[in-house]
Structure formats: structure tokens, C-alpha cells
Design a protein around this ligand. Structure first.
Ligand code: GRG
Length: 309
């Protein structure tokens, strides 16, 4: 993807990634906030290591571009987007721990527990999770408390026991299963483990833009389909991708008896499902006036299906 509208998409993704990086850098600076006593320097360094300098920043991108559809942009949205990225980074740090996936490489660098130590990595995850809610609830994110509460509630639901964490639990249970993984169970697990945060990214953009009910419903359908396409693409990449491009170890799903759609359906059917979900996400946008013109969100659905890392 280098020319024409695709080149524009890449440029926009890079611009949002740079803006997110800058916001994370500011938020995770040494200055304390009212109510804080001190920010331990070595620990702050570890939190910065876990969240700065890598990643596609796809979740911030989806939030920011959804709000931009309605002409809404600015620092508050960037704060909400950086908060979501903190939750994503915390999930990566904890997922890489020896008690979970036990990985040494993430985003092409040593994982946080390798670069620091295990206790620090556990606390880095806790610190990022907590700070994400601090940033989302702060009046600097949106002047209207009703919008902030709506964001906090949606974020908690997406990241918690009925969302990402619940999905991770189902994932661990599935690893122990002796019988083959059933596609419906894998689809549910993936919608929770990975889909929920991507879905929140789009929903949060709609909340911040105060989109009407019709637009919110369509965007929610877009976010759900895109989240599902993202995870099938991840399952396929684990089988097909080059480790250097991936920035983490490949081929580990089968080794660990992971519940993936490649395992449940086979590679070809998984590819078909990924592409159908990407098309479904695009169709959902065509059902409300601003969405039909949302070229960048449509390109995001293509990007998610075609990505190489
Ligand atoms: C809280 C332990 C814990 C887990 C929650 C989301 C999750 C479950 C774990 C993350 C690990 C993982 C590999 C999930 C599968 C798909 C995924 C989220 C891949 C990484 O996301 P990208 O591709 O990563 O957006 P970058 O590095 O670009 O941000």
C-alpha cells in the first residue's frame, strides 16, 4: 500500500501513531498530577518501555478516525485514544509473562519482563490499566461528565470479565481441551479477547462525536466485524508470517493447542471468513450518511485483513 488512497491511508495511520506516541510520552512524563505523591523513576521507565516506541496504534486510529467522520477531533480524543492504547499495551505485557504465553519478543524487542523483571512487568500492567481509567475520567478528556462516564463504562465492559479478560480465560481453558476446538466457541472467545477493545475503539469515537443512534448502531456493527476480521487475520499470520515482519515468535498457536479459527476451520476457510468479515465491516458503514463517505474506515477494514504484522 503505497500509492493513491492506500498511500493516504498509510500516511494517516502513521500520523495517528505519531500523535499517540507523543500523547503517551506526555502522559507518562515525570510530573505528578494532583492527588499523586511521586512517580518512581525506574518504574516509570518500565511503563514507558511497555507503551512507547512500537505498535501499529490501530485502536487509537479507529477511535480518532471514527470521531473525525463527524468533524470531531482534538486533544481530548487523543487522550481517550492513548488511554485505550495503555490498556492494549498492558494486555500485551501480561500476556507475555511466563505464567501466560511466556514470550521473549514483542514488537521486535525483548518483552517487558525480559527487559526488566517479572514483578515489574506485572506492576507495569497494573499501572497502565489503572492510568487508562484516570486519563479517560479526567475532565481534560471531555468537559461533559456524562460523556466521560459513558467512556469509562464502555471501556470497563470491553476490558473486563465479560470482554477481554473473560476472553483470555476462555482461551486458557481451550488450551487444555482434548477435543478439537469448535468454530462457534472460537468466534465467541475471539470476540471477547481481541474484538472487545477494537469494538470499543469505534464505539468510543461515536460517543465522543455524540453520533446519533443510527450511526452508533452501524459503527458498532462495523467495529464488531472489523474486530473479528483482525483476530482471524492474526490466526492466519501465526501460520504464514515471517517472524521478523511479525516482531514476535510465529507458529506458536499450534504448538500450544490455541483455539484459533485456522485450527477449527482450516487455513482456506479461515481466509474466506477473514475476507467476508472485512467486507461486512465495509457494508455496515454504507447504512448511514457519514459512513458511506468513510473511505479511511473502509481502508482500515482492508488493512486489517491484509496486514503482515
Ligand atoms: C490481560 C493477559 C491479558 C490478556 C488479554 C488481548 C489479550 C488478552 C492478549 C494480547 C496478546 C495477543 C497476542 C492477542 C492476540 C491478538 C493481538 C491483540 C495482537 C496484537 O495486537 P496488534 O497487532 O499489536 O494491534 P501492535 O503491536 O501493533 O499494537
Amino acid at each position: 500500500m503505497t500509492d493513491g488512497p492506500a498511500g493516504e491511508f498509510e500516511a494517516r495511520l502513521n500520523a495517528v501513531a505519531a500523535a499517540t506516541e507523543h500523547m503517551l510520552d506526555r502522559l507518562l512524563g515525570p510530573s505528578i498530577l494532583p492527588g499523586e505523591t511521586a512517580r518512581p523513576p525506574r518504574f516509570l521507565e518500565a511503563m514507558r518501555y511497555a507503551s512507547l516506541g512500537g505498535g501499529k496504534r490501530l485502536r487509537p486510529f479507529l477511535m480518532i478516525e471514527t470521531a473525525r467522520l463527524f468533524g470531531v477531533e482534538g486533544e481530548g480524543i487523543l487522550r481517550a485514544a492513548a488511554a485505550l492504547e495503555m490498556i492494549h499495551c498492558y494486555s500485551l505485557v501480561h500476556d507475555d509473562l511466563p505464567a501466560l504465553d511466556n514470550d521473549d519478543l514483542r514488537r521486535g524487542r525483548p518483552t517487558t519482563h525480559k527487559a526488566f523483571d517479572e514483578a515489574t512487568a506485572i506492576l507495569v500492567g497494573d499501572g497502565l490499566l489503572t492510568f487508562a481509567f484516570d486519563v479517560t475520567a479526567d475532565p481534560a478528556t471531555h468537559p461533559d461528565p456524562a460523556i466521560r462516564i459513558a467512556l469509562v463504562l464502555a471501556l470497563a465492559r470491553a476490558a473486563g470479565l465479560g470482554g477481554m479478560i473473560g476472553g483470555q480465560v476462555l482461551d486458557l481453558e481451550a488450551e487444555q481441551a482434548r477435543e478439537p476446538h469448535r468454530a462457534e466457541a472460537v468466534i465467541k472467545l475471539q470476540s471477547m479477547k481481541t474484538g472487545a477493545l477494537l469494538h470499543y475503539a469505534v464505539n468510543a469515537g461515536a460517543i465522543l462525536a455524540e453520533a446519533d443512534d443510527q450511526a452508533r448502531a452501524a459503527l458498532s456493527a462495523y467495529g464488531q466485524a472489523l474486530g473479528a476480521a483482525f483476530q482471524v487475520a492474526d490466526d492466519i499470520l501465526d501460520v504464514e508470517a515471517d517472524e521478523v515482519a511479525l516482531g514476535k515468535r510465529a507458529g506458536k498457536d499450534a504448538e500450544r493447542n490455541k483455539a484459533t479459527l485456522v485450527a477449527a476451520l482450516g487455513l482456506e476457510a479461515a481466509r474466506e471468513r477473514r475476507d467476508a468479515l472485512s467486507a461486512k465491516a465495509i457494508d455496515a458503514l454504507d447504512s448511514f450518511p457519514q459512513g458511506a463517505k468513510a473511505t479511511i474506515l473502509k481502508q482500515a477494514a482492508h488493512f486489517v485483513a491484509a496486514r503482515k504484522n
